[in-house]
Design a protein around this ligand. Structure first.
Ligand SMILES: NC(=O)C1=CN([C@@H]2O[C@H](COP(=O)(O)OP(=O)(O)OC[C@H]3O[C@@H](n4cnc5c(N)ncnc54)[C@H](OP(=O)(O)O)[C@@H]3O)[C@@H](O)[C@H]2O)C=CC1
Ligand SMILES: C[C@H]1O[C@H](OP(=O)(O)OP(=O)(O)OC[C@H]2O[C@@H](n3cnc4c(=O)[nH]c(N)nc43)[C@H](O)[C@@H]2O)[C@@H](O)[C@@H](O)C1=O
Length: 311
């Protein structure tokens, strides 16, 4: 099935990192009927508002990129908000989409749904096979509930709801707040500020030993539209690059891109999180999709975006 260019598509979370990348791609591909609402206009955690919205707008397709999202420290310190807001948003949107006759819905989970010590690279079958990483357990449980809700609605009602599990993302429109952000925007900003102030060193959280896989958000947007056209199964599907690196290697790469030549110091009072979460991407590549933006290229363009947009 291919999405018609005039299909009514509700893109939830269009101002976020992922939603804004999907919006750019939908517009570039000529989609003419994209429905958007900011949180101020429609609180997706409010069931009555979501019901009224779906009854009024009657979208044919839904891409759910609205969620409570943050880096390791935000997840560790605000678990109640991460579980309650995500359960509410996804529960309301998935249920109302089904009730109002939506033809297809895409839900986004995250690679943190898999067990902390899953065999690497992580296959989709590893889901629920072991304990989760404690720093993001609340968020991961909400995401697991979301993908299982999609599978249950497919099984019982025949609702075409699919779930993608992206690895760690980065790119234009990311959150550069040092307390709540993910590692790439945090280190990019720290390196930029250290370079500007002439500081001798930059502080990196943890030991530098954890390994992470990073996908540029424009690649994720392409994967989302590919999955809307080519995937219609209940089981979640991983999206990544198939390559990872250590946080130390990442910090060095970011310093190189930013042009900061000082030292790295390590704050071991901050958590490392999952030791490694490299996704097995054979299911998605078997369907014919692969990432195209290298980490080096993506870091350079993201830093340029930061320079052009910092406030
Ligand atoms: N960033 C990452 O590294 C990864 C992200 N993902 C997943 O991708 C999806 C998008 O994440 P990302 O783009 O990074 O997140 P962002 O924080 O950048 O954007 C989240 C969006 O959700 C909207 N939103 C949040 N709460 C509500 C609400 N109550 N009502 C309406 N809208 C709301 C926000 O709207 P507004 O702007 O109006 O406030 C915002 O546009 C999430 O499902 C996330 O789990 C998966 C793997 C990794
Ligand atoms: C996408 C994913 O994102 C989160 O999990 P995470 O991968 O651990 O995310 P992170 O990007 O914040 O950290 C990656 C690594 O980097 C190290 N690190 C070093 N220095 C900084 C630093 O300055 N900031 C941050 N944030 N991390 C730093 C940090 O200590 C960790 O070892 C969860 O929300 C999870 O729920 C989720 O889905």
């Amino acid at each position: 099935m291919s999405l018609a260019k005039d299909a009514a598509i509700f893109l939830a979370g269009h101002r976020g990192l992922v939603g804004s990348a999907i919006l750019r791609l939908l517009e570039a591909r000529g989609y003419q009927n994209i429905i958007t609402r900011s949180r101020d206009q429609l609180d997706l955690a409010n069931q009555a508002s979501v019901r009224d919205f779906f009854e009024l707008e009657r979208p044919a397709y839904v891409i759910l990129a609205a969620a409570r999202v943050g880096g390791i420290e935000a997840n560790r310190t605000r678990p109640a908000e991460f579980i309650s807001e995500n359960l509410a948003i996804q529960g309301n949107v998935i249920d109302q989409a089904y009730r109002s006759g939506v033809k297809k819905l895409l839900f986004l989970g995250s690679s943190c749904i898999y067990p902390r010590l899953a065999a690497q690279p992580i296959r989709e079958e590893a889901l629920l096979s072991g304990p989760l990483e404690p720093t993001n357990e609340a968020y991961a449980l909400a995401k697991i509930a979301g993908l299982k809700m999609c599978a249950a609605y497919r099984q019982q009602y025949g609702f075409d709801a699919i779930s993608l599990m992206p690895t760690n993302l980065y790119g234009p429109g990311d959150n550069f707040d040092l307390e709540s952000s993910h590692v790439i925007p945090a280190l990019m900003r720290k390196a930029h500020e250290a370079k500007k102030s002439g500081a001798a060193s930059l502080t990196v959280w943890g030991s530098g030993r954890p390994r992470r896989e990073f996908l540029h958000v424009d690649d994720l947007a392409s994967a989302c539209l590919f999955a809307m056209d080519h995937y219609d199964e209940g089981s979640p599907m991983n999206v990544g690059t198939g390559q990872d690196l250590s946080i130390k290697q990442l910090a060095e790469a970011i310093c190189h891109v930013v042009g900061f030549n000082g030292n790295l110091t390590w704050d071991d009072s901050m958590p490392d999180g999952t030791p490694r979460k490299l996704l097995d991407i054979s299911r998605m590549s078997g369907l014919g999709w692969q990432a195209s933006i290298s980490l080096e290229e993506g870091l350079k363009s993201t830093y340029q975006w930061y320079l052009d947009n910092q406030t």
